[in-house]
Design a protein around this ligand. Structure first.
Ligand SMILES: Cc1cc2nc3c(=O)[nH]c(=O)nc-3n(C[C@H](O)[C@H](O)[C@H](O)COP(=O)(O)OP(=O)(O)OC[C@H]3O[C@@H](n4cnc5c(N)ncnc54)[C@H](O)[C@@H]3O)c2cc1C
Length: 499
């Protein structure tokens, strides 16, 4: 099946080929035996006693929800996944660029030590390919462009040392932060009482070193250093195998590999295996705990189960009504994990023209709106795709802008790094995840000062029959596809231990 036919769709819309029927039509449907048939005249049915049952109800059909459902199904228990959108994949989304090729408008890269997602890719029969890094990279600073080979930009030597020392310091500090209980770190109080920005100012770096560290932070969190608790940044490093370099590197880091056919394939394939257990277009409105079980109400039906696993980012949990109320601790936590802000922007070209100039397509810049670029062409290099990110405050400043304005600004950035040929794009696409009501931002929910210490394990602690998953709850590669899968598997095992 071509990638396009297997799930790529219109931007911000629903993927072609991921019709409700396509996703739910798998072979497991009959075997699972749930009474999850579509009810004609749903509004009347709503008023009746719930007929739809599963041992476990999973809210959200992203990677976390589908990975959880898969574990529960494998254990021989019945499960239903209730997904608000008309597609699975959540923060991963393939986009059809024609000619049987796709690009990913959400999460895409995987890298070393991301063992949960790498195993899943393997199990599902998917393949990876290397991010294109051949040729010179571009470093743009103070209006001057320099080309360089290898991973280290031609930064002033003093600044370079400062960046290396800062990263080492972060790694050393993160080594004292338990990924599953950061509030127990010996310096948790001091580190959660300041922002990353405050800490960085005290480091007194050169302007160039400081700008590079800030760019690293913006690219990882799509938020500003002033938004982030220092302890939260260290927790992130701790969950990423303890190395900040892994977060920011392409070769040998989290941006090393891409998935043939696009990352949404992981969800599409899991959903196909789960068959009718995956119910699309079912925004969950109410979760009621009752008689030792749960009743979950969507826009068009009610499901009854023994346990529910909620996989939404905390910022979206407030859109669900919980009866009885969540604990005050959990309800307040949900008010304190805002989503980052990012536009992932791509220009399509007849061919990757920068490769002919001996360039890799990777640029690092101090000038916005696009400060980081990548060659995001399909494996065979046709067509050429340049990818750039608008992150953090730059992205907030673009809120409400027209696509034409963003295109002009992004293409200007590309032309600054790769010359006027960058103006000959045949297509342009981007997506504001902040404007998407089922994500409300990306890449991830983050925490400012005081949240980790104030709310501790409320992010994972079940509230009665309600269990929590989602990449924000992960203890390995939190914020990434890997963390989403890890969190789903962890929550499934919690629940399986109880039912
Ligand atoms: C632009 C971008 C780039 C990224 N780059 C990378 C990358 O390169 N590598 C990487 O590993 N990660 C990347 N990420 C992050 C990665 O995509 C996420 O960590 C991961 O997909 C999160 O999965 P999840 O299942 O935890 O959450 P989600 O994918 O958000 O899943 C939650 C699901 O719940 C659904 N939902 C919401 N509200 C309701 C409701 N009321 N009822 C029912 N369903 C509901 C949503 O529709 C969604 O499907 C990126 C993300 C973005 C957006």
């Amino acid at each position: 099946m071509s990638a396009a036919a297997d799930g790529a769709g219109k931007l911000g819309g629903e993927p072609r080929g991921v019709s409700r029927r396509g996703v739910v039509g798998g072979a497991l449907a009959g075997a699972a035996g749930y009474a999850v048939t579509k009810v004609p005249g749903a509004s009347a049915a709503l008023k009746k006693k719930p007929k739809r049952k599963a041992d476990v109800i999973v809210v959200g059909g992203g990677l976390a929800g589908l990975a959880a459902a898969r574990e529960i199904d494998k254990a021989g228990k019945s499960v239903v996944v209730l997904e608000a959108r008309k597609r699975v994949g959540g923060r991963t989304l393939n986009h059809d660029i024609g000619g049987g090729e796709i690009v990913e408008i959400g999460g895409q890269w995987v890298g070393p030590t991301q063992n949960h997602v790498l195993s899943m890719i393997d199990e599902l029969g998917l393949q990876t390919f290397d991010t294109y890094v051949t040729g010179d990279n571009v470093y743009y600073r103070g209006g001057a462009l320099t080309k360089y080979t290898g991973p280290i930009p031609p930064v002033n030597p003093a600044s370079l040392v400062e960046v290396a020392v800062t990263i080492q310091k972060l790694n050393d500090m993160a080594a004292t932060v338990p990924a599953d209980a950061p509030w127990n770190a010996p310096n948790a109080n001091a580190w959660d009482s300041q922002t990353f920005d405050t800490w960085l100012r005290d480091e007194n770096l050169t302007a160039e070193a400081r700008d590079l560290v800030i760019l690293g932070i913006q690219s990882v969190f799509s938020a500003e250093p002033r938004d982030l608790s220092l302890l939260f940044v260290l927790l992130y490093v701790a969950t990423a195998a303890g190395d900040f370099n892994l977060l920011i590197d392409t070769e040998g880091g989290a941006q090393e590999k891409r998935i043939v056919g696009g990352s949404q394939q992981i969800s599409l394939k899991m959903a196909k295996q789960l068959g009718k257990a995956v119910q699309l277009h079912q925004p969950v409105r109410t979760i009621r705990r009752k008689n030792g079980g749960v009743e979950v109400q969507t826009g068009s039906g009610k499901w009854k189960g023994k346990r529910v696993i909620v996989t939404l980012p905390p910022a979206l949990c407030g859109s669900i009504r919980f009866l009885p109320d969540l604990t005050a601790q959990r309800a307040q936590l949900d008010q304190r994990v805002p989503m980052g802000t990012v536009y992932k922007c791509m220009a399509i070209y007849d061919k990757p023209f920068w490769r002919d100039q001996g360039l890799s397509g990777m640029a690092t810049s101090d000038t916005g709106p696009v400060k980081l670029t990548f060659d995001n062409s399909p494996p065979d290099g046709s067509p050429g795709v340049l990818l750039g990110f608008i992150e953090g405050q730059e992205a907030r400043d673009f809120a409400g802008s027209s696509k034409e304005d963003r295109k002009a600004a992004v293409i200007d950035s590309f032309a600054r790094y790769f010359g006027d040929e960058a103006r000959n794009a045949t297509d342009y696409l981007d997506k504001s995840w902040a404007a998407d009501r089922w994500s409300r931002g990306c890449y991830v929910g983050f925490m400012g000062p005081g949240v980790l210490l104030g709310y501790r394990d409320a992010i994972r602690t079940p509230v009665g029959e309600i269990h929590w998953a989602g990449t924000e709850t992960a203890t390995e590669w939190a914020g990434y596809m890997d963390g989403a899968i890890q969190s789903g598997q962890r929550a499934a095992n919690e629940v399986l231990g109880e039912i």
